[in-house]
Design a protein around this ligand. Structure first.
Ligand SMILES: [Zn+2]
Length: 317
């Protein structure tokens, strides 16, 4: 029997295709995963179809969503541009899956899915205007505006990571210079750490000793760990990253007027070491100081499952 309260979410990661059956409370009842085929394209479509077919053997639903990184068309069917997956650009994934396994699906940008999950079940629960910034290797962005995910004319709205915040700044992989993610992402954190280390090599010994002793051997996790132990260089690198993050949030607040800004992604493990400088920078950089309302800046509540849970709920709607 078809169960309209259940939905299937599929999260396409770099290493695995993870599917889950999700109920209306956001609980995952069952998961099934396969490796992400390195060849992408047709092989990946087949893997997704296999995951859907397997999950449908135990739970029958016609609400099925696919969460993936990239630019997704506004009709939630076609991958316009995928940064990490081969042979997927321009592919009508919904049509391919209908053909392969007979299932109707919707495709959503992964940042939109995570933001939606936070808005329905997590840090932004019940709020109508929510910004989410995912701070990982790059920066992912999503906006919930008046209770709906902002997709834009072509489905590619809210790509905050490539908002230019420094004219002629650091070169970004997208082709322009000075993007937000060159200053406030996990890779930017590593650059800020390298700069702080170069300024004070003696004080940096403690931080470097957490890896293999070299700058190259230093990982993001080492910086958070060192900051918790009071390491000045680590705290400074996180504060610089948080400062850029908050300056960008001031601009985003002028555009979207959110009541809350949810920060997710791997770097948010650093918690207040990142968030407190971000709040200060937002206040400092906010136009109409004292008059423009300021949003709360908080950590995401849902972890790695946010994309899967979010896309399941979006598929249901
Ligand atoms: Zn860029």
């Amino acid at each position: 029997m078809l169960n309209s309260k259940l939905a299937i979410g599929i999260d396409i990661g770099g290493t695995k295709v993870l599917g889950g059956v999700v109920n209306q409370d956001g609980e995952i009842l069952r998961t099934f995963r396969v490796d992400t085929p390195k060849t992408g394209g047709d092989a990946l479509n087949q893997s997704i179809a296999d995951v859907i077919t397997e999950l449908l053997t135990t739970h029958n639903t016609d609400s099925i969503g696919i969460s993936a990184a990239g630019l997704v068309s506004s009709d939630r069917a076609t991958m316009l541009g995928s940064p990490n997956i081969k042979d997927w650009d321009g592919v009508n994934i919904a049509a391919e899956l209908l053909n392969l396994c007979g299932a109707k699906t919707v495709v959503e940008n992964d940042a939109n899915c995570a933001a939606w999950a936070e808005r329905v079940y997590g840090a932004g629960k019940g709020l109508e205007n929510v910004i989410m910034i995912t701070v990982g290797t790059g920066i992912g962005g999503a906006a919930i505006v008046n209770g709906q995910p902002l997709r834009g004319a072509n489905g590619t709205g809210a790509e905050f990571g490539h908002m230019r915040i420094v004219p002629d700044g650091e070169q970004c992989g997208c082709g322009i210079k000075g993007c937000y993610e060159r200053y406030a992402s996990g890779s930017a954190l590593m650059r800020h750490a390298r700069e702080a280390i170069a300024k004070d090599p003696v004080a940096a010994r403690n931080l470097l000793s957490r890896g293999d002793g070299t700058i190259e051997g230093l990982l993001g996790g080492h910086i958070t760990e060192a900051a918790r132990d009071g390491d000045r260089i680590a705290i400074e690198a996180l504060a610089t990253t948080g400062d850029w993050l908050g300056a960008g949030i001031a601009t985003l607040s002028m555009l979207f007027d959110p009541s809350i800004v949810v920060i997710g992604g791997g770097v948010i493990d650093a918690g207040e070491f990142l968030l407190e400088p971000a709040r200060k920078a937002m206040m400092r950089e906010m136009p109409f100081v004292g008059k423009h309302p300021v949003p709360e800046i908080v950590s995401a509540k849902l972890g790695n499952d946010a994309g899967l849970v979010g896309v399941a709920d979006l598929a249901r709607n």
